[in-house]
Ligand binder design. Sequence first.
Ligand SMILES: Cc1cc2nc3c(=O)[nH]c(=O)nc-3n(C[C@H](O)[C@H](O)[C@H](O)COP(=O)(O)OP(=O)(O)OC[C@H]3O[C@@H](n4cnc5c(N)ncnc54)[C@H](O)[C@@H]3O)c2cc1C
Length: 435
Amino acid sequence: MFLAREGIRSVIVEKQTFPRYHIGESLTGECGRLLRELGLEARMLAMGFPQKRGVKVYGPDGIGSWFVPVKLRDEKGELYDQFTWQVRRSEFDKMLLDEAVARGAALVHGQATKILTNSEGAVSGLVVRLADGDELTVEAEVVLDCSGQATFLAQREMTGPKYLGSYDKQIAIFSQVAHSIRDDGDTADLCRDNTLIFYRSKFHWSWFIPLDKDVVSVGVVAPAAYYLDKKESKQDFLIRELHALNPELKRRLPDIELAEDVHVIPNYSFQVKGFCGKGFMCIGDSHRFVDPIFSFGLYVAMKEAQLAAPVIKGYLQGDGRDLANPFAAHQLTCEKGIDILEDMIDLFWEQPFAFALLVHRKYTEYMVDTFAGRIYDGYASPAIAVFRNMLKRERTYDDVSLYSVPIGSRYNPERAPLWQADSLVEGTEEWIYSG
Ligand SMILES: Cc1cc2nc3c(=O)[nH]c(=O)nc-3n(C[C@H](O)[C@H](O)[C@H](O)COP(=O)(O)OP(=O)(O)OC[C@H]3O[C@@H](n4cnc5c(N)ncnc54)[C@H](O)[C@@H]3O)c2cc1C
């Protein structure tokens, strides 16, 4: 849709038949703004998606909590209350796909299997395997890898190396429940459709995201070693944890009646270096995913798409054709944005009490900005410097060969790039999503 706005013709290659289950259901405030900018507010309202007014984070005792409201900034820079949405991805993704096609994109239902390159080594298209087994060649001036955790271009070594991220030893186990006790008040912090996060201990937490008037998405994230120690099935683990993890979560889920299969995603944290180059760009999860705790994934994917469209238009008109990486500036913009999110999340895990103080005291408004996703477009929140000071971390962007190597809290420079690991083979994504 962003490409269509620039007058660029596009072909979408999608291997799955929509609607299909997907995780990633809570949107940030700025993600809601992007949907409004695309003219989709009326569709979102008509589809009845729950309206999120903020996120509440409960401490381990289930009594203490802090709340960050959804607020946007107007043209004068003043904050105002706004809501964003919680989405059932099967419905939301289908709506987006249908809308993109209605706005002119061609849809090819098939799996991209090979990359085409031209005589200069630039990406020039894809080979797609169609449902009936036939192969289709799609030529393109630019290939955008939006393949999510399948990391299509990185797995085929078109990009730089793929590294493990800071939260690679985590596992997420999730489903949906039919009955729960939700807030019910007039103020933003008591809105029944807010996201709730329950903290148990470092790297161990749970989410509660309303999907309609009855059903709530629930998930437990924990160190993979903790899960393996329990020697339980994923379903038994999830059900037991939902009552053991935090007293407030137990209160809200008196009877756990699952309304969806139990899904698992391990090792979701990674980063691809050199994710833009001649004739290609990676967008969203296809180049980096840090940690799901504050629901930035969909926003980052959509924001990167918005940022990419005018850059691609310039390229099609001749900009940067002679450069080794015509999209280097765009790549740096994306990298700097996610670096901020990584620093924020790292600080939350390393110093949760200090983080809560930032939310409640002097940096309240800036934390509202960061939670909404105001991290691009030269928006320099003073909170970012605070995160880095407290983490004793410096970010430099002078040396392109260095800046995109992960420096998260468990960074280990000795780690081999993921694509050199024997365990990763083509088709990994099937395993990831089926659990
Ligand atoms: C546990 C967990 C919880 C999360 N919670 C949230 C949340 O609350 N809010 C949020 O915003 N984000 C959340 N996320 C992140 C969110 O799921 C992703 O960031 C988001 O879906 C990324 O979008 P994407 O477009 O990059 O990739 P995806 O949404 O994964 O889309 C990739 C698409 O590419 C297709 N594809 C892949 N390979 C090929 C191929 N070879 N050929 C053709 N098609 C292909 C796939 O079928 C898929 O439809 C969470 C993530 C995890 C792991």
